[in-house]
Design a protein around this ligand. Structure first.
Ligand code: PMP
Length: 451
């Protein structure tokens, strides 16, 4: 362990970590980062195959974004956002509304993904209170959902790993079994399916319609659950169901927005417009924390009244509408416009799919390879015939993670799922090394021959 690592462990409590693991696997100290690569203090490089927790879009130290950030820092770094505003925020909001699914016309700012989810839940509840539906106090979600880790966000999530201990503190949320395409209980395949699994959510919502404010969902991919991909028809049905019962549909596009699934927003695959869309992560291309809740005029209008009616939405964060983050986000959207990003990504996604299928074809421990756009995931199983998962206590993914790091690729498996979610600046060579390293690290872990 070098001095910086020792000092790190003396003072820092890292996220999403059992700190004891660091005893024999100390933090990697990054000195600089460029494009899709991170460089540690020994000069070793790591291909950032997970976009640093799904945030980075156009590479580290991107020149265009650096310039936008520097320019804004010279003008104004941050100003109070109540009664004050600035051009980067205004331009950004205008462009977001232009890009967002139809009907989403008002932009509310927050400062991280969980905060956007909290704001959306409060906004939905508050809307119903102010429009005479005061018995609506609950939310519904699906199993394996993940919406962040503050208490409200944890309440609508369903991953025990993050929420179990906090259950006594959480909101009483309704959960229906969600889609599980790899282990489909209906024997369907993703591409030829009318989502019979939707019936469970339909029944739950119908039974509790008068108590419900909103259904919240991650469109198309339940990322934290292990990149569980489900077909757009499920979302389409959900939109119909929510509309039929006057319940809001909250689309949590925090992870899947900004092109990850091949379209700007995942909702577009199902051609649906949610009532609220939460955005973060790629919004600032991996530079600064910021999030948005984009919503409709109808919802906005329920809060619009004379001051003395006390109808305002008073949710606020100190760093709301941070000017540096807005300037970076504005530049991020300009890059999408100027550089035909989604079109170029389509070719990269096809290459990623072809290479992964070629290399992992018939692998004894790969149950499924699934991909949508620039998100690809290999589900490792103990038995391919029965789809039996590995015991979580074996920490298979973690073992592979450590070997892949040694080999210079930052993969960060979710349980037994190895996934690729690289920044969009990767080229074919980078994709080759990402997939080849995933294979060799997996094989080394299992004691198979490396290739
Ligand atoms: N929703 C989804 C779908 C996410 O993937 C995440 C983060 N992984 C969040 C919400 C929470 O975002 P943050 O970590 O910025 O609070």
């Amino acid at each position: 362990m070098n001095d910086l690592q020792k000092k790190d462990l003396r003072f820092i409590w890292h996220p999403c970590s059992q700190m004891k693991d660091y005893e024999d696997f100390p933090p990697i100290i990054i000195e600089r980062a460029r494009g899709a690569y991170l460089f540690d203090t020994d000069g070793k490089s790591y291909l950032d195959a997970v976009s640093s927790w799904w945030v980075n879009l156009f590479g580290h130290a991107n020149e265009r974004i650096n310039r936008a950030l520097r320019d804004q820092a010279e003008r104004a770094e941050h100003v109070i956002f109540a009664n004050f505003s600035h051009e980067p925020a205004i331009d950004l909001a205008e462009e977001i509304v232009r890009l967002a699914p139809e009907g989403l016309s008002k932009v509310f700012f927050a400062d991280n993904g969980s905060a956007a989810v909290e704001a959306a839940l409060k906004m939905s509840f508050h809307y119903h209170q102010q429009t005479g539906r005061t018995r609506r106090t609950k939310f519904a979600a699906i199993t394996d959902a993940y919406h962040g880790e503050t208490l409200g966000a944890l309440s609508v999530g369903d991953l025990d790993l993050y929420s179990r201990i906090y259950k006594p503190l959480l909101l009483d949320t309704l959960k229906a079994p969600g889609p599980d395409c790899y282990r489909c209980p209906f024997g369907k395949t993703r591409d030829a399916c009318d989502a019979p699994c939707f019936d469970a959510l339909e029944r739950l919502v119908a039974d509790h319609a008068r108590e419900l404010c909103a259904v919240i969902i991650e469109p198309l991919v339940q990322c934290a659950a292990g990149m569980k991909i489900y077909p757009p028809v499920y979302l389409k049905k959900l939109r119909g169901l929510c509309s039929a019962h006057g319940i809001h549909l909250i689309a949590d596009e925090i992870a899947v927005g900004f092109g990850r699934t091949g379209k700007m927003f995942a909702c577009e695959h199902a051609q649906v417009s949610p009532d609220m869309m939460c955005l973060s992560k790629g919004l600032t291309a991996g530079y600064l924390p910021m999030s948005l809740v984009v919503t409709t005029d109808e919802i906005y209008s329920a809060f619009y009244a004379d001051y003395t009616e006390l109808k305002a939405f008073l949710h606020s964060h100190s760093y709301t509408g941070n000017a540096l983050a807005c300037a970076v986000a504005r530049e991020t959207l300009a890059i999408f416009r100027d550089e035909a990003v989604l079109e170029k990504n389509a070719a990269k996604a096809a290459y990623l799919s072809a290479r992964t299928c070629e290399l992992f074809n018939g692998h004894p421990y790969v149950g499924e390879y699934r991909q949508t756009g620039m998100i690809g995931a290999l589900e490792l199983v103990a038995d391919r015939a029965t789809k039996e998962p590995f015991d979580w206590k074996k920490r298979v993914g973690y073992g592979i993670y450590r070997i892949a790091l040694e080999e210079g690729v930052l993969l960060r498996p979710l349980g037994n799922v190895i996934y690729f979610m690289p920044p969009y600046v990767v080229g074919e060579k980078d994709i080759d090394s990402m997939v080849e390293t995933a294979l060799s690290a997996t094989n080394r872990y299992f004691g198979l021959s490396p290739k």
